[in-house]
Design a protein around this ligand. Structure first.
Ligand SMILES: CC(C)(COP(=O)(O)OP(=O)(O)OC[C@H]1O[C@@H](n2cnc3c(N)ncnc32)[C@H](O)[C@@H]1OP(=O)(O)O)[C@@H](O)C(=O)NCCC(=O)NCCS
Length: 175
């Protein structure tokens, strides 16, 4: 499965994505609000990547490539929950918005699902801004939802329905 956007290729994960994904998942800047502490060993990333590959090529969860380099992942390891992470080298260029929008469009085009969800740390300003730009609306908050390396983190919950997305994109919502 492969999707092309203006600047990116989104495709199914492969074993040779190990080094590229490890560079991201071992970077403490990238994992500051992730569900796990930075990966310390390649084996940790290999196990993570195996999980993504085992999900199968039809799963709408994608490794993101920029000019042939693995720069992150975007998509749905488990529908309807959205997840994304990019290498800090490429932040601030609108690439997350481009990748995540492509993954969302793909899911709404190929699945009957009505609502997508996201769970974000209240301190993760970039991620919150990204979700709101994509039309996600806040649906809730819960304290102490994730214990990451011994530190409790909170969650803000977001949702995007087909109708919200249609409104954001200026499309007509289905009757
Ligand atoms: C969240 C993340 C994917 C954003 O990547 P990115 O490519 O820099 O994002 P974009 O350039 O597409 O920016 C999306 C929006 O967030 C804003 N933004 C980016 N970084 C920001 C920051 N540090 N603070 C506030 N807003 C920020 C951008 O200005 C943009 O909003 P705009 O369209 O109004 O200008 C990236 O920071 C990341 O990988 N973080 C670590 C992993 C993570 O936290 N994942 C989410 C878990 S829920």
């Amino acid at each position: 499965m492969e999707i092309r956007t203006a600047r990116l290729t989104l495709r199914s994960a492969r074993p040779d994505d190990l080094e590229g994904m490890h560079a991201i998942l071992s970077d403490p800047r990238a994992t500051l609000w992730w569900s796990t502490p930075p990966h310390e060993t390649l084996e940790q990333t290999a196990a993570w990547l195996d999980g993504m590959i085992a999900n199968g090529p039809d799963q709408p969860d994608f490794v993101v490539e920029l000019e042939g380099r693995v720069v992150g992942k975007a998509g749905f390891w488990r529908l309807p929950d959205l997840g994304y992470i990019l290498h800090p080298d490429v932040w601030g260029r609108g690439l997350a918005a481009e990748a995540v929008k492509a993954a969302i469009d793909h899911v709404f085009a190929t699945r009957e699902i009505e609502t997508l969800t996201a769970d974000v740390d209240p301190e993760n300003a970039a991620s919150i801004r990204l979700l709101e730009r994509l039309g996600f609306v806040r649906t809730g908050f819960a304290a102490r939802t994730w214990n990451v390396g011994g530190v409790w983190k909170d969650s803000i919950y977001y949702a995007l329905s087909r109708a919200d997305r249609g409104a954001t994109q200026g499309e007509q919502a289905p009757a």
